[in-house]
Design a protein around this ligand. Structure first.
Ligand SMILES: Nc1nc2c(ncn2[C@@H]2O[C@H](COP(=O)(O)OP(=O)(O)O)[C@@H](O)[C@H]2O)c(=O)[nH]1
Ligand SMILES: [Mg+2]
Length: 279
C-alpha cells in the first residue's frame, strides 16, 4: 500500500523552511533570503520516493502581525498548519531546545496533526543524540527526516503524478522570483514594500513572454527600484529572468514595469488583488 499526505513546514521566520522545501524537492521553488519574512504565501513542493508521496507546504513564518500583510501571512501559515496531516516544526539546532510549537505560534489549541520537531541548519551546530536534525546546505539528516515523516503519513493512493514537483502555476513562480530578486538587489526595508503582479504570460511564444508589474508603496521607492538610468530595474529583471528560465527550462522575455500602489501592505483590497488575502 502506498502512502501519501501533506506535511507543513512550520516555524518562526528565518529558520530555513523555504531552503528545506527546495532541498527536499530538489528544485528551487520557494524563495529564500537572509532577510526574515520573505515568504508570504504557502508554496507546495512534491517528492515521490518509492511507495511514498510527500506533499510539502512551505509556509510564512509565524510572527506577531505588525500590519495587514502580516495578518494575512499569519492566517495563511495557521491555515496550512490546520490543513496538514503532519506538522514538521522547524527550529535551528543552534537554538536548542525548541520551545513548544503552540507557544511559538500563539495557538489556543494544540494542533490535530502529529508534530515532528526538526532541527535545522545542523551544519552550524554540534550534533546532539536523539534529535532529528537536518542541514539543507549539506543534505545531512534529510533521509532520516523523510523516514520519520513517512511513518506518520496515511496510507492511500498518490494525489499527483510521481514526476510532478509543483502544483502552482508558472505565473505564481514568476511573480515570486521577481520578489526574490528584489530581496537580493534592494536594501533594508525596500523588499518588504515590493509586490508583483503578472499581467501577461504567453507560454506559446518563443521566447516565453511575461509582462509583470513590480509594485512599491511610494514614489520615492519607485525611483530607487528603477535606479540611475534604469540600472537597478535592469539588473533585477535579469536576475528574475534567469530564475524563471531555470524552472521553466525555456528562454523568457521579461517585460518588467514599476508602479506605485500606495500603502498596499495596509490596504485590504490591494492585498486581495495581489493574492495575499483571501477574498
Ligand atoms: N548554514 C545554513 N544556512 C541555512 C540552512 N537553511 C537555511 N539557511 C539560511 O537561513 C536563511 C533563511 O532561510 P529561509 O529558507 O529563507 O528561511 P525561512 O524564513 O524559514 O523560509 C537563509 O539565509 C538561508 O540561506 C542550512 O541548512 N544551513
Ligand atoms: Mg521562507
Amino acid at each position: 500500500m502506498t502512502r501519501c499526505g501533506t506535511i507543513v513546514l512550520a516555524g518562526r521566520p528565518n529558520v530555513g523552511k523555504s531552503t528545506l522545501l527546495n532541498a527536499l524537492v530538489g528544485e528551487h521553488l520557494a524563495i529564500v533570503s537572509p532577510k526574515p519574512q520573505s515568504t508570504r504565501l504557502p508554496v507546495v513542493g512534491l517528492l515521490t520516493k518509492g511507495d511514498t508521496q510527500y506533499i510539502f507546504t512551505d509556509s510564512p513564518g509565524l510572527l506577531e502581525p505588525e500590519y495587514q500583510l502580516h495578518e494575512a501571512m499569519r492566517a495563511a501559515a495557521l491555515r496550512a498548519i490546520d490543513d496538514a496531516e503532519v506538522i514538521a516544526y522547524l527550529h535551528p539546532l543552534t537554538e536548542y531546545p525548541a520551545p513548544p510549537l503552540p507557544i511559538v505560534a500563539g495557538l489556543k489549541l494544540t494542533p490535530r496533526a502529529p508534530i515532528v520537531t526538526v532541527y535545522t541548519k545542523s551544519d552550524l551546530a554540534p550534533s546532539r543524540p536523539d534529535t532529528l536534525a537536518v542541514s539543507a546546505k549539506t543534505g545531512a539528516g534529510i533521509e532520516s527526516m523523510l523516514a520519520t515523516l513517512r511513518d506518520r503519513l496515511p496510507e492511500g493512493p498518490f494525489h499527483y503524478n510521481p514526476d510532478e514537483l509543483a502544483t502552482q502555476p508558472m505565473r505564481f513562480f514568476a511573480a515570486e522570483f521577481i520578489r526574490e530578486a528584489a530581496f537580493e538587489l534592494l536594501h533594508e526595508e525596500l523588499p518588504y514594500s515590493v509586490a508583483c503582479e503578472i499581467d501577461e504570460f504567453r507560454e506559446a511564444a518563443e521566447p516565453v513572454y511575461i509582462r509583470a508589474v513590480l509594485y512599491v508603496e511610494r514614489d520615492s521607492q519607485k525611483g530607487i527600484v528603477i535606479g540611475e538610468g534604469g540600472r537597478t530595474i535592469k539588473a533585477l529583471g535579469a536576475a528574475a529572468r534567469a530564475k524563471i528560465e531555470a524552472l521553466l527550462g525555456q528562454r523568457v522575455f521579461l517585460d518588467l514595469h514599476v508602479k506605485v500602489l500606495p500603502k498596499w501592505r495596509r490596504d485590504e483590497p490591494s492585498l486581495k488583488r495581489l493574492g495575499y488575502a483571501a477574498s
